[in-house]
Write a protein that binds this ligand. Structure first.
Ligand code: ADP
Length: 645
């Protein structure tokens, strides 16, 4: 049984169990207090016996335990169910004076005129059946489920007959042919309990007739609800008319026949109305299905289980180059890949019963056929469609030719790009290595001239040689910087990085500089922890904090504030200072390699720090920019996304 079914009816089942317990407890109270009303409702009616009331309580508790899902308590539920059955059985078998005599075991019966304490045989029988039903109600084996349902249905039937006896004021009915009768409230509780608990298996037995969702079930619910009360009312009226001699027997019978004819007519009328409404709905559904298929932006083919095409849309005509007329009635293998039908055959039962679509993606390598015999790669989704004529298959086809070509082109470009990158790296290496060599030679010769020919090197020449040496050193540094820039991020590793810790480490590394300048670095609010390339991220923070100290105003101690704001899907981090600021016209250029605003003599540097920062921010799917006013300090802002490892 589906879990949803159990959940859907859970409250009804629990309610029926609660009613059984409450009525049982009330009647037991009646027996203990010797209250006739609680025992029999009406003084003229039969009493609900003490044992019956007790059994109702036990049955109710059994249901509560069965629904608690605690497996260790299930043994207790089994014991209770067996107890109820045994009481029912013993009550049926009992003979006064024998060991079976159990009626007045728990409470004396002074209320019954005849057969004191004797539980009526129908009640005993119903209790016996209910107990057995509660014993196996949780079983998932079909024969047991059916047995449970039919036992509960028998209880409903017996109790309903007794109830009708009370309604018609005819003790012959509720007494059956037995010596004593089923009490009114016993009959009502049996009906409520047996109908309620039969919902534990709503898809089986007669219960399924009323709980199902098919047209037959809808009809059963509708007709049952009004036919049963109508028949009872008509028969009751007929009985009263006869009882008070208002109508003769013949006229009464004639009127009864007419009434039943009328009921039948109204039933037929109601049935046809419902069927017509459903038929109309189905026709509308078919029409909407056709319109939906037609409006789809990709090729759609509707076929039978055997693969015969019964509808194709305009896009299908365009995709396969067949006219709709040509496609209709043919086997869909003429356009769709043969493989999909063998797959459908294999999983057919599941495919049509569970109504789950089958997907064939690009990697499944499916190819469809056009009229001219050419093929094209396609993505396919085959959906089972439940229609009044039975299940059909709706196949949507997406032509992947363009995507495959684009992906091929992109792969070619990527390979080309990788090749160019390799060439660049090689160039960088050669440049750094080979260019360093002549520079080192020049530097050596300058040293040779200064050391070996001191008599020829006048102070003026010496000064020129020193300037030359400095230029060579700077050139060498620039080449190394360029190489580092090219290699940035080459060995990057994605790790879970706490930015607060990164900033702490950077400020510790810059401790000497911070102390000597009297700078303060504060973090305004907590920085994020995210997946990032931590070495590169550290370099980014280091460059920005270093710059904030380097480009501070003379005589003013640098103050650096760092903070973060989380915006949908990414983090925006800022590093602001109270330094010299930047003119707006340099906002873009300072992020280019070797671009500087200041002279080397004023502020040392090579103009590569911010270019590195830009590369690192982009590596993290973000960007970097500056907001500043000349003389008023600067705020560098960059964004990062939490990269997926
Ligand atoms: P470098 O610091 O080596 O010059 P950068 O790429 O780090 O190179 O910076 C480029 C230029 O941007 C710097 O020369 C400077 O003029 C300007 N700049 C960078 N950071 C700041 C700052 N916090 N305040 C003012 N100017 C800055």
């Amino acid at each position: 049984m589906a879990i949803t079914d159990i959940k859907r009816y859970r409250n009804v089942i629990i309610l029926s169990a609660t009613i059984a317990i409450v009525v049982g407890a009330t009647v037991i109270t009646g027996w203990l207090l010797n209250n006739q009303t609680l025992m029999s409702i009406n003084p003229g009616f039969t009493t609900m016996k003490f044992n019956t009331a007790l059994c109702f309580i036990l049955l109710g508790i059994t249901i509560f335990i069965r629904h608690s899902d605690k497996s260790k308590n299930q043994i207790l539920a089994n014991i209770l169910a067996v107890t109820v059955s045994t009481i029912g059985l013993l009550s049926l078998l009992q003979m006064k004076g024998t060991i079976f005599y159990i009626d007045e075991l728990l409470a004396p019966d002074n209320a019954s005129a005849t057969h004191p304490g004797k539980m009526s045989p129908p009640t005993s029988f119903c209790l016996m059946l209910s107990g057995v039903a509660m014993l196996i109600i949780k079983s998932d084996k079909k024969p047991y489920i059916l047995l449970t349902q039919y036992m509960l249905h028998i209880v409903t039937l017996i109790a309903s007959i007794a109830l009708l006896g009370y309604i018609f004021g005819s003790p012959h009915i509720y007494r059956y042919t037995f010596s004593n009768s089923m009490a009114l409230h016993t009959a009502i509780v049996f009906i409520i309990f047996s109908v309620g608990t039969s919902l534990a298996n709503p898809n089986r037995g007669i219960t399924a007739l009323f709980t199902g969702t098919l047209i037959g079930n809808v009809m059963a619910r509708k007709l049952f609800i009004w036919i049963i009360p109508s028949v009872i009312v008509i028969c009751y009226t007929r009985m009263l008319l006869y009882k008070y001699n208002i109508l003769s027997l013949e006229v009464g019978l004639a009127l009864l026949s007419v009434s039943f004819l009328l009921i039948s007519l109204v039933s037929v009328w109601k049935t046809s109305q419902t069927l017509n409404a459903i038929d109309e709905k189905e026709k509308r559904f078919e029409e909407n299905l056709r319109l939906g298929i037609e409006a789809a932006p990709y090729a759609l083919i509707l076929s039978t289980q055997e693969g015969e095409i019964i509808h194709a849309n305009y896009q299908a005509e365009k995709t396969f180059k067949y006219s709709r007329k040509e496609l209709m009635g043919t086997d869909c293998k003429i356009v769709l890949p043969v493989e999909i039908w063998s797959t459908i055959k294999e999983v057919r039962k599941k495919f049509y019963s569970e109504l789950k679509p089958l997907n064939f993606k690009l990697e499944d390598n499916m190819h469809c056929k056009r009229k001219d015999g050419s093929t094209f790669p396609a993505e396919l989704v085959i959906s089972p469609v439940a229609t009044p004529q039975g299940p059909l298959a709706l196949t949507s086809v997406i032509d992947l030719t363009l995507r495959v070509e684009t992906e091929k082109l992109a792969l070619e470009h990527l390979a080309e790009l990788q090749h160019k990158n390799q060439e660049m790296e090689q160039f960088n290496y050669i440049a750094s290595h080979d260019l360093q060599e002549p520079l080192r030679t020049v530097s050596n010769y300058i040293m040779l001239l200064q050391e070996d020919y001191p008599e020829n090197v006048t102070p003026e020449i010496n000064e020129h040689l020193s300037v030359m040496d400095q230029a060579v050193c700077r050139m060498s540094k620039l080449i190394r910087t360029l190489l580092d820039f090219g290699r940035l991020g080459k060995d990057k590793k994605l790790t879970l990085t706490n930015c607060n810790e990164v900033v702490e480490q950077v400020t510790a590394d810059l401790n000497n500089l911070i102390k000597s300048t009297g700078a303060t670095v504060t973090v305004d609010n907590s920085l994020p922890t995210l997946y990032a390339y931590d070495t590169e991220l550290r370099q980014l923070f280091q460059n920005l904090i270093n710059n904030a100290i380097k480009f501070s105003k003379k005589e003013i101690q640098p103050q650096i504030n760092i903070g973060c704001r989380e915006i949908k899907g990414f983090y925006k981090i800022y590093v602001s200072d109270n330094g010299i600021g930047i003119d707006e016209k340099h906002f873009a250029s300072i992020f280019h390699i070797f671009q500087r605003v200041h002279r080397q003599e004023d502020y040392e540097g090579y103009g590569v720090g911010l270019a590195n920062c830009k590369k690192i921010a982009e590596m993290h799917g973000g960007k970097i920019w500056v907001e500043s006013e000349y003389g008023e300090g600067s705020t560098f802002k960059f964004t990062l996304i939490n990269l997926k490892p």
